[in-house]
Design a protein around this ligand. Structure first.
Ligand code: BT5
Length: 326
């Protein structure tokens, strides 16, 4: 029925300012006119503005800013493989969890799963992610063989894509905090969670979860996040078009991912942009890695995305994953 609903939206969008008759929809979809009407009612509940004129049919006057397949597809360049398929649900435990469920059922490369809100949004290392309505909560299923040695680049490339997309759609150019945070004046605007499934030395599937605090009012954050989190709306005073934001980020990320899958340098090509945007290098930091706590200066990030810390003793330690605390 999601397929039918999407087909109806496609027909309405294709008619542009014209009308589509209920009869035409019922015939081309092979469903009754009552069924068509039920779908239209459901679409209106989701925020579609549909005008019905007796004897003419239905006309689309407006649509909600949600990542439904027909809406997202129209915003993407045709060469972009990411986002050509999309599943949107009003609420879900976690879009990453739902994307894995779709993957098990054979969903294709590039599927975008998103939700109006998440009840169990996840961060890294079992942490939770606050995901009320207004945010952009999406997961992209990646089914390209990526060398395990390049897996860390996925997150860094995604962070560059997110930063560009936010910049291009809002004029706000946030910073990047190694490895997975997009920040503005030290407050987190977006978090990225790449969950990978590898077979030996090859990553076969990745669910790339991206959570952008898009249109969340400042006072909607719970007290424990008020000093550390912010949103695009809170910073700019204007809601961002989430479809435009998602489309810009998918279009930027798509070719970089193909480079990774071909084992071509991917992050290396963007390292300069990353460095110019990063807020980590040159700072005195504490880094919690899975095995220890390092204290020192964040010295550099190499072409594979590995962070190097020069500790007080002058020793330089490589960090493949961890949390940086200022
Ligand atoms: C992250 O984890 O930053 C990864 C977040 C990924 C969320 C997306 S949303 C779509 C997809 N589906 C999911 O279920 N997840 C992904 P981490 O670096 O561990 O940061 C988590 C910490 O950030 C929490 O412990 C809080 O302190 C803080 N936090 C939680 N919600 C936040 C929010 N909305 N904005 C800013 N900070 C938040």
């Amino acid at each position: 029925s999601e397929r039918v609903r999407n087909a109806i939206v496609d027909m309405l969008l294709a008619a542009e300012d014209g009308y589509v008759s209920g009869q035409a929809m019922s015939e081309s979809l092979g469903i009754t006119r009552t069924a068509v009407w039920k779908h239209l009612q459901h679409l209106m509940e989701l925020g579609f503005a549909i005008e019905a004129v007796h004897g003419q049919g239905y006309r689309l006057r407006g649509h909600p800013d949600i990542l439904m397949a027909p809406l997202l597809r129209r915003r993407l360049p045709s060469a972009c493989r990411l986002g050509q398929d999309a599943v949107w649900v009003p609420r879900v435990d976690s879009t990453n969890a739902l994307a894995w469920r779709c993957a098990r059922e054979g969903a294709p490369h590039g599927l975008v799963v998103s939700a109006g809100e998440q009840t169990g949004g996840r961060g890294r290392h079992g942490r939770s992610w606050f995901s009320p309505q207004g945010g952009l909560w999406m997961s992209v299923l990646l089914r390209r063989p990526i060398p395990l040695s390049r897996a860390a680049e996925v997150t860094l490339l995604a962070s560059v894509a997110v930063r560009r997309a936010i910049g291009e759609t809002t004029g706000l150019w946030p910073g990047i905090k190694w490895p997975n945070d997009i920040v503005h004046h030290g407050r987190k605007l977006c978090g990225i969670l790449a969950e990978i499934r590898a077979d030996g030395e090859v990553v076969e599937q990745v669910v790339l979860g991206i959570g952008i605090n898009a249109n969340i009012p400042a006072d909607a954050f719970p007290p424990e996040l008020r000093r550390t989190a912010t949103s695009v709306l809170a910073e700019t005073g204007t809601p961002v078009d989430r479809l435009a934001l998602a489309a810009a980020l998918l279009a930027a990320f798509d070719p970089w991912l193909e480079a990774l899958a071909d084992d071509r340098p991917a992050f290396a090509e963007l390292a300069e942009e990353w460095r110019a945007a990063n807020v980590t290098l040159g700072r005195w930091v504490r880094v919690a890695t899975p095995t220890r706590l390092l204290v020192g200066v964040a010295e550099r990030v190499d072409d594979r995305g590995v962070l190097y810390i020069r500790t007080e003793s002058g020793k330089v330690c490589a960090v493949h994953s961890g949390d940086v605390l200022f």
